[in-house]
Design a protein around this ligand. Structure first.
Ligand code: ZN
Length: 216
């Protein structure tokens, strides 16, 4: 009996030491290109079950098509960002067209969601001076992750196992992990991805929460 108590006490002590010594690794998962007719609701159900909040890089045209899904995203406590109006490559557009992609995206997403995004994330992560100028003019900011890890889910030759590996490798405090809603394997692997990230000590925050916590 005495020995058992000692072991229990030692385990308790070890537990508290481990908790005190281990800093959480803050990660922001980003899901681009939605809302998506099939995938958004499945992702929302999984995130609710896992108690995880993420950021959705929303496309204005898809927000117009699925306002109800976007409202569910917001109601569940996730963040939405402006991922352009029609997902055109900004470097194929002139200045006024880039302005329009940013402004129309902002207007349609805000109208559908009932809240206004504060972040802009250009399609194809194509950030240049023109995009920066249009985004600043619209009063928005572009994500500037400390570290960006791409799951590679936008490439068909990245299979489910490789997607899981990429999304959970090299994760440090302040990492943004990039996914796409439309890829079926992304949802299929998401439970395993979250479990592995939790095992590594990750906590899940929205992009705005991460920026606020990193104090930039
Ligand atoms: Zn995209």
């Amino acid at each position: 009996m005495k020995l058992r108590l000692t072991i229990a006490a030692a385990l308790l002590l070890l537990g508290s030491l481990t908790a005190a010594d281990t800093k959480p690794i803050r990660v922001a998962m980003i899901f681009d290109d939605g809302p998506h007719a099939e995938q958004t609701a499945k992702l929302l159900a999984l995130f609710a079950e896992e108690k995880v909040h993420v950021t959705f890089g929303t496309v204005g045209k898809n927000a117009e098509k699925h306002p109800g899904l976007l409202q569910q995203v917001v109601a569940a406590g996730h963040e939405i960002a402006n991922h352009s109006y029609s997902h055109l490559h900004p470097q194929k557009l002139d200045a006024s067209a880039v302005d329009a992609e940013v402004l129309d995206g902002q207007q349609k997403i805000t109208a559908a969601a009932g809240v206004a995004p504060v972040w802009y994330w250009p399609p194809f992560i194509a950030i240049d001076d023109q995009v920066r100028a249009s985004v600043a003019k619209a009063g928005l900011k572009i994500y500037s992750p400390r570290k960006l890890v791409a799951s590679g889910d936008y490439m068909n030759d990245v299979d489910a196992a490789e997607l899981l590996r990429r999304a959970t490798t090299g994760i440090v405090d302040g990492t943004v992990i990039l996914f796409h809603e439309w890829r079926a394997e992304t949802f299929a692997q998401m439970k395993a991805i979250i479990a592995e990230l939790k095992r590594q000590g990750c906590v899940f925050v929205t992009y705005s929460e991460m920026e606020a916590q990193l104090g930039r």
